[in-house]
Design a protein around this ligand. Structure first.
Ligand code: GDP
Ligand code: MG
Length: 437
């Protein structure tokens, strides 16, 4: 934890112009946040470079710290990447407007078809749903149920016909019955396969859809990017619907999909109910991606509570393996100054706050550790190896704890020191090999 904080606290105190170093430090956190949010690695790399270019040398606004300034730029760039403003459905000048739904099985095509029908009905359109999934058992029935829920007619021809013929007949049916929108629900597969793509291509050719909407499950993270790439290649989609954003998906897929396909994300599915479809808002998604660990407040808090110089000294001591119990005590106190521990941890990008609840950070434990260290003499703190069994007893009595607890702490301290040595050794190796910049 303290390592994380040290990263974040950075040397963000300079004023005037943002230096490359300022930006680097802040971007390290942002990069982590993006990767944790399932953003494609290549996209992250390019994005970070773009932001750096823009941020380095830019004037720091009076009301913002350099760290905040960088985050602001990141937020703006993220929004831009995802399309700046919301992207609307296109309608044919010669109705009906045909909308083809495609995507993998379980992505939410059928549900979204119903949601879309409801949304359009509210805009005084007269949608028709067409059931072209003839493979999955009960798929047709599912669309009929959905249609009933939103009071929109459903065209079916059973599961004995070819989906291409059904699509054609569905559009004809819509024309005859005054439907100005025809939404075609299609089959999906668990994985992308040739047959599925071919069938979709044939449907596309037969009914010339105005919109080809790829429905993507946002919970699938990185996989969503591959899916989007392939569907776009084969079908030249016109837009994307991201579903299940009500779950704890990080939303990074949205960013990657947009960057990879250059097609707009038009809608976001926010739940299983028919009303839960929203136009996609790039700015909100940017905040969501950034907000998953509240990077900004973490940097601020760390800045307030840490004395940067002190931290630098500590770093040096760790490097030289002079880390003592006094340093340990300092760290504990600084950690406490940051506020309730679980809150602090919750601000670290990538930490799942839901899981945090079960973690149950024990602040009393910290108090006990503090008491134990305070019961040590300065000499013992410098060199714990002199703490023999009689000293252990004395320390336990002095701190109101037990010998076992003192032993535990001594062991932990030893482990920590060992780990620190490993880290610094690793760092040296990396530097020697010239990896990681
Ligand atoms: P299809 O195979 O692509 O047609 O997917 P379905 O429409 O049958 O949806 C699969 C499952 O995902 C169903 O249980 C839906 O209720 C659920 N689902 C679809 N969209 C959303 C959404 O936006 N949020 C949530 N929580 N569930 C969704
Ligand atoms: Mg379906």
């Amino acid at each position: 934890l303290s390592e994380k904080l040290q990263n974040a606290l950075g040397k963000l105190k300079g004023k005037g112009k943002l230096t490359e170093k300022d930006v680097d430090i802040a971007m390290r956190e942002v990069k982590l946040a993006l990767l944790e949010a399932d953003v494609n690695f290549k996209v992250v790399k390019k994005f970070i470079n773009d932001v750096k270019e823009r941020a380095v040398g830019s004037e720091v606004m009076e009301s913002l710290t350099p760290g905040q300034q960088v985050i602001k730029i990141v937020n703006e760039e993220l929004t831009k990447l995802m399309g700046e403003s919301e992207s609307k459905l296109e309608f044919s000048s010669n109705p009906p407007t045909v909308i083809l739904m495609c995507g993998l099985q379980g992505a939410g095509k059928t549900t979204t078809a119903g949601k879309l029908a409801l949304l359009l009905k509210k805009q005084n359109k007269r949608p028709l749903l067409v059931a072209c999934d003839v493979y999955r058992p009960a798929a047709i029935k599912q669309l009929e149920v959905v249609g009933e829920r939103v009071s929109v007619p459903v065209f079916t021809m059973g599961d004995k016909n070819d989906p291409v013929d059904i699509a054609k007949a569905g559009v004809e049916h819509g024309k005859k019955n005054g439907n100005d929108i025809v939404i075609i629900d299609t089959a999906g597969r668990l994985h992308i396969d040739e047959n599925l793509m071919e069938e979709l291509q044939n449907i596309k050719e037969a009914v010339n859809p105005r919109e080809i909407l790829l429905v993507v499950d946002s919970m699938t993270g990185q996989d969503a990017v591959t899916v989007a790439e392939t569907f776009n290649e084969k079908l030249d989609i016109t837009g994307v619907v991201l579903t299940k954003l009500d779950g704890d998906a990080r939303g990074g897929a949205a960013l990657s999909i947009r960057a990879v396909t250059e097609k707009p994300i038009k809608f976001a599915g926010m739940g299983e109910k028919m009303e839960q479809l929203e136009p996609f808002h790039p700015d909100r998604m940017a905040s969501r991606i950034l907000g998953m660990g509240d990077v900004l407040s973490l940097i601020e808090k760390a800045q307030e509570s840490f004395d940067a110089k002190k931290a630098q000294e500590l770093e040096k001591r760790i490097r030289n393996q002079q880390f003592t119990f006094d340093d340990f005590l300092d760290q504990l106190e600084q950690m406490k100054n940051l506020g309730p521990l679980d809150e602090v941890i919750g601000m670290i990008p990538g930490v799942n706050t839901k899981k945090l609840k079960d973690l149950n950070v024990d602040e009393k434990e910290l108090d006990r550790i503090q008491a134990i260290i305070q019961s040590m003499t300065p000499k013992e703190r410098e060199d714990p190896s002199i703490i023999d069994s009689s000293r252990r007893k004395r320390i336990a009595n002095g701190s109101g704890t037990s010998v076992q607890e003192v032993n535990k702490l001594l062991k932990q301290f030893k482990e920590t020191k060992k780990m620190m040595k490993k880290f610094t050794d690793m760092e040296k190796t990396i530097k020697k090999k010239g990896k990681f910049g």
